[in-house]
Structures are given as structure tokens and as C-alpha cells.
Ligand binder design. Structure first.
Ligand SMILES: *[C@@H]1O[C@H](CO)[C@@H](O)[C@H](O)[C@H]1NC(C)=O
Length: 276
């Protein structure tokens, strides 16, 4: 277990100037609270919003089995304490696989927390938490999930020592913005300030260089039929990224399932509701 280590793909975070626009309508369906989730600007921008009555969410039209999945995201700005923006890949059923990012809002001058987890065959408990080392609300930032048969970024596939790894079940992408002020902000101490509602998170420039599952068959793109043609299939972190990872872990990691014994965080994790 100790050898499997989830590294947030936040390492792959880069601020991007111009990138080719993608049609969000082709990739996603708004699934929760229609009217609060919107596709705008010539279908290039997707926004989710949260008010006192409801949050909102979307899911991908496609199911993926391995790939490099990239999106640009601008999180709820200002006083976002109590809000949670979840962005995750998940399969279905009782023994589901899931790769999770939850962005926990904070008071205006305080850092966001990102909470990551991986479930395989219904088993999670691989949480890690970091403070973000940049302001995720001032601009769009790029978030990548690299999921290949060996690793989810730095979550190594250690199945040989009995830790199941998500690699058989296709997953859809989901995202939602919701109110979690009963637990998210310092254990529920700080409540969502509804005078700032509606809260909005924005998404754009989605690119899935991935294998799409359809009726049990996998298709990895129009020109290359095989997953083995994909550069990401054996991709690992290069030495620059590994160095950055160590820097993030040293300076910004709050919680790591491998080591932490904190009572507060245990309570935090126990109270965190599941959004399935
Ligand atoms: C908010 O900021 C405070 C102060 O830096 C920090 O302790 C806390 O972990 C941050 N995150 C949340 C979700 O409250």
C-alpha cells in the first residue's frame, strides 16, 4: 500500500493563453438543476452555479477507458467558503472505479484546498489533500488527468501486491458545484455566505485524447485504432515534474492517507458525504 501514491495531476497545471476552443455541447450534458448549468459563448464555455436552492452538475456524453483528459477550469471566486466543486471520473455499479478531485472553497484571502481520492472496485481511502499554491479563481487553469494501464499520474498500479487498480471499467466525467458548509470549511465552522450567491465555476477547452467505449468496443481515435499508438499509454512523470511533485508535497500537502493520523481529518473524511 505504501508504494502506491496518488499524485495530484495538478502538477500538470499550467496557465494557458490561447488554446483551441472545444464545443462543450458535443462533450457534456447538464444533468442537475437545468438552468443553473449553462453552455454559453458559441458553446465554448460551460458554467455551473450554486444558490441557496440548488447546485448544478454535468456529465460527459462519452465513457472512457484510459486517456489523457484535459480541461480548463476557473473556480468560484471571492468568498467561496462552503462551496465544493467536484470534478471526477467514475464508472457505475457497486464495485465502481473513481478518480476524484474536490476543490474546497475558502474565505477570500485564504487558499483553496484540493482533496483527491481514487476508488477501485468500490474501495477508496486513498485521500490526499493539498492547499493550492496558486489562485484558481483569477483565471482559467488547465487540469489534466492522465490515466493509463500503469498509473494515474503518480498513482502507481501496484496490483501485483494486491491493491486493485481501476483499469477494467469505463468511466464518465462528472462535475458538480454544491454546498457543503456542514463539513467542508474547517469542519463546518464557516458557513456559506449566501449574500454572494449565485456562485459560479466555469469550464472550457476540454480535450479527451482517450479511448472511448461504446457498446463494449474501445475506439482510441480516428487515425489510430490501437491504444498502443497513444503517447500517454506509457507516460510517466519526467524529472522536472517529479521535482515539482516533491516541492508540492513538502510545502502544500495537508493530508496523505499513507501517513496521517489526524483526528480532525478522520472526522472530516467520515463526514464527507458521498455524491453518488
Ligand atoms: C482555508 O484557509 C485556512 C487558512 O489558511 C486553512 O487552514 C484551511 O485549510 C483552508 N481550507 C479550507 C477548506 O478551509
Amino acid at each position: 500500500m505504501a508504494s502506491s501514491f496518488l499524485l495530484v495531476s495538478l502538477l500538470a497545471v499550467v496557465q494557458i493563453g490561447a488554446a483551441s476552443a472545444s464545443n462543450m455541447y458535443n462533450h457534456f450534458d447538464i444533468t442537475w438543476a437545468d438552468g443553473r448549468g449553462k453552455i454559453l459563448n458559441n458553446n465554448e464555455l460551460l458554467t455551473l452555479s450554486l444558490d441557496r436552492a440548488s447546485g448544478s452538475g454535468f456529465k460527459s456524453k462519452n465513457e472512457y477507458l484510459f486517456g489523457k483528459i484535459v480541461i480548463q477550469l476557473k473556480l468560484v471566486a471571492g468568498n467561496s467558503a462552503g462551496t465544493v466543486t467536484a470534478y471526477y471520473l467514475s464508472s457505475q455499479g457497486a464495485t465502481w472505479d473513481e478518480i476524484d478531485f474536490e476543490f474546497l472553497g475558502n474565505l477570500s484571502e485564504d487558499p483553496y484546498t484540493v482533496h483527491t481520492n481514487v476508488f477501485s472496485q468500490g474501495k477508496g481511502n486513498r485521500e490526499q489533500q493539498f492547499h493550492l499554491w496558486f489562485n484558481p479563481t483569477a483565471d482559467f487553469h488547465t487540469y489534466s488527468i492522465l490515466w493509463n494501464p500503469q498509473r494515474i499520474i503518480e498513482f502507481k498500479n501496484s496490483e501485483s501486491i494486491g491493491v486493485p487498480f481501476p483499469k477494467n471499467q469505463p468511466m464518465r466525467i462528472y462535475s458538480s458545484l454544491w454546498n457543503a458548509d456542514d463539513w467542508a470549511t474547517r469542519g463546518g465552522l464557516i458557513k456559506t455566505d449566501w449574500t454572494h450567491a449565485p456562485f459560479t465555476a466555469s469550464y472550457r477547452n476540454f480535450i479527451a485524447d482517450a479511448c472511448v467505449m461504446s457498446s463494449g468496443a474501445s475506439s482510441c481515435g480516428s487515425t489510430s485504432a490501437s491504444i498502443n499508438d497513444k503517447g500517454w499509454v506509457s507516460q510517466e512523470l519526467d524529472s522536472t515534474s517529479q521535482e515539482k511533485m516533491r516541492w508540492v508535497q513538502k510545502n502544500y500537502m495537508i493530508y496523505n492517507y499513507c501517513t496521517d493520523k489526524s483526528v480532525f481529518l478522520k472526522a472530516f473524511l467520515k463526514n464527507a458525504p458521498s455524491y453518488h
